[in-house]
Design a protein around this ligand. Structure first.
Ligand code: HEM
Length: 616
């Protein structure tokens, strides 16, 4: 068993604060800075506050060689006594003078503030919401060396993600993730992305997903066996369910992506520690003022950078040996033949097996490693967060919990769900979708224009739309879209049934198609098509998440099996859970729950003990 951290009681060694799950990856944490009083002005273009992403843009390494004291003194003077503000302005002025490209967007309303305002209070993605209500679906956030255009309107989002998707890359996000994910799908430039996307999408075929659902069930039995031991003979156990979801998510993604069993539900390994170390460093990089890690000796001199590189070596060694193993047993075929394999029999149904066996695909170790690393990171915390928030929401809404329990008892009983059983769980699926709407992970998507473009007019915006230039940075606020009063009835209420009701806004008639459950097609879950880009937890268009079905099926299996068996109550009340000011939406204090066995769930404990030793 992992040793609990003294300060937090969580597993030690996985992050400095003892938190087993570290925050974000999918978006830059720059969006997470808490806000204070912020002046919002129209058409004032002088940016004052620097955010880390702006710093990441500062290729002008001359700054580093400015004598430190001079910089601090200057910063103190410029910031009228506040070094942070002054330092921010120093960066802003230097970068504006020499580095700021002309990115257009002059007609876009501007919000602006001082860095010293950004203390205490809520994560910035929540502040972006207030500005959205004040300024509309497209506004400019004049923070730092560069301005960012914040988008909260489905018509503009549809344009960015679908209609003109190839005019954009991942910009700031790619800069932060590239040292970790290399040329994996998320940060990849378009040229690298196209062939890799063509290879990876077919690997998530139906037979693979069926095999994965079986694996989700057997991994969940491990968690059940662990909780059974804690709740034996009617005992009540206090468990941080966020940590349990992270452990389970890691085991599942390891098996699904490269058939590697982290075994993190029951043990700890150097590879697990390294994975969390790398995630933590990515967070640090996205929040630090200057990219000091790019300095020639940083990886040797700075202890945390040394550790980051050691962690990368541990993970890369593990991935390299898995890749070498898969290559040594390569059995090349075309995609259709690989999909037609009997996945009830194959020993290794993983994505790595598919990608290595795929004829004419890029087999370079580097590319495969980048792909695996990307999916490992993209598919782990995200799913754990959805489960955490779904349990959080259901525990606060007894009527919704009752509805879900009645369904699970009736449709599932003691069975471990397969794909067919998941069809019978609409209430569980809707609860998960509603949690994703309220707590989208990531809350922001990032884009940078590769060429000039004109953003379509948003609701209440300039009818001419907004011309932007090459290099313009855009934040698509998923949070704002998902909670927009223009798009949803009772946007802040947890009400899973909304996904079975059509909804539209007459003011947007002809421009926004509204939410139409029937447009979901054969998908088991609501999506961007049914909502015309008002619900985009997995993005949309060309760069939509490749693992969306994997993640949703996984979350449905886990949630149904846990709720069937245990009763969950808050240890300290929902307000203690809070929201961490991360760029991805995590809880601030974990999700500590009192867990007891449900009467209906008792029969299945024996079966869990049997199945908990079974792998994929
Ligand atoms: C609930 C869980 C998940 C959520 C909420 C989620 C969310 C997202 C979002 C919003 C994007 C689009 C990013 C953008 O447009 O900038 C994305 C992309 C991606 N996701 Fe996920 N994801 C989840 C699970 C997974 C899983 C399980 C995997 C892999 C097994 C995965 C792999 C990827 C990859 C490779 C991309 C990049 C796709 C591309 O650019 O072509 N994700 N994800």
């Amino acid at each position: 068993m992992p040793t609990p951290c003294r300060s937090s009681g969580r597993h030690a060694g996985l992050s400095e604060c003892g938190r087993q799950g570290v925050r974000p990856l999918c978006t830059a944490r720059l969006l997470s800075r808490p806000r204070g009083r912020l002046a919002q002005r129209q058409r004032n273009t002088r940016p004052c506050v620097t955010v880390c992403s702006g710093a990441a843009q500062l290729a002008g390494w001359g700054l580093f060689f400015t004598p430190g004291l001079l910089a601090v003194a200057y910063s103190y003077w410029k910031g009228k006594g506040n070094v942070k503000d002054g330092f921010s302005r120093l960066l802003t002025e230097v970068s504006q003078g020499y580095l700021q490209p002309d990115v257009g967007g002059e007609t876009i309303p501007v919000a602006q503030g001082e860095l010293s305002d950004l203390v205490g209070g809520e994560p910035l993605f929540k502040a972006l919401y207030q500005w959205f209500l004040d300024s509309g679906g497209v506004y400019k956030l004049a923070f730092g060396p560069k301005a960012f255009i914040v988008i909260s309107d489905p018509i503009v989002v549809r344009h960015l993600l679908k209609e003109n998707a190839f005019n954009y890359d991942k910009g700031v996000l790619a800069e932060i993730l590239e040292p970790i994910m290399g040329k994996g799908l998320i940060p990849a430039d378009l040229e690298t992305w196209k062939p890799r996307r063509r290879a990876i999408v077919p690997s998530f075929h139906k037979a693979y997903l069926e095999a994965m659902v079986r694996m989700f069930g057997s991994c969940t039995h491990r968690a059940l066996a662990k909780l059974d031991a804690l709740t034996d003979q009617g005992q009540e156990a206090e468990v941080d369910m966020e940590v349990e979801f992270l452990n389970l998510g890691l085991d599942i993604i390891g098996l699904g992506v490269f058939n590697y069993d982290f075994g993190s539900v029951t043990s700890e390994s150097p590879v697990i520690k390294a994975v969390y170390g790398v995630l933590k460093e990515a967070e640090h990089r996205s929040t630090f003022y200057l990219p000091y890690w790019k300095l020639p000796l940083a990886s040797v001199v700075v202890p945390r950078q040394r550790k980051f590189h050691q962690d990368l070596v541990v993970i890369n060694d593990c991935l390299d040996s898995l890749i070498a193993q898969a290559k040594s047993t390569r059995n090349a075929d075309d995609a259709e033949a690989l999909q037609a394999r009997d996945y009830t029999q194959v020993k290794d149904p993983s994505l790595l097996r598919f990608l290595v066996d795929l004829r004419d695909a890029d087999l370079s170790d580097r590319q495969l490693r980048d792909d695996l690393m990307t999916m490992l990171i993209a598919g782990h915390e995200t799913t754990a967060a959805v489960l955490t928030w779904a349990l959080f929401c259901l525990a606060q809404h007894p009527a919704e919990m009752e509805r879900v329990l009645a369904e699970v008892d009736q449709a599932l009983g003691d069975a471990t769900p397969g794909l067919a059983e998941l069809q019978e769980l609409p209430a569980v699926r809707a609860a998960l979708a509603e949690s994703l709407r309220l707590y989208p992970q990531p809350p922001i998507l990032i884009r940078r224009a590769l060429a000039p473009d004109t953003l379509p007019s948003p609701l209440n915006g300039d009818p001419a739309g907004y011309p932007i230039g090459k290099g313009a940075d855009l934040f698509i606020s998923v949070w704002n879209l998902h909670r927009s009063p223009h798009l949803w009835r009772d946007p802040d209420t947890f009400r899973p049934q909304r996904f079975s009701e059509p909804h539209s806004n007459p003011a947007l008639q002809g421009r926004w198609a509204g939410y139409r459950p029937e447009a979901q097609g054969s998908s088991l879950y609501p999506n961007e098509v049914a909502s015309d880009f008002a619900f985009i937890p997995f993005g949309g268009g060309a760069r939509k998440c490749v693992g969306d079905q994997f993640a949703l099926l996984e979350a449905t299996v886990i949630l149904a099996m846990l709720l069937r068996r245990y009763e969950f109550r808050f240890v300290e009340g929902p307000e203690r859970v809070g929201m961490a000011s991360g760029a991805t939406i995590h809880t601030a204090n974990g999700l500590r729950m009192k867990v007891t066995r449900r009467q209906q769930g008792v029969q299945s404990s024996q079966r869990s003990r049997e199945l908990s030793t079974v792998g994929a």
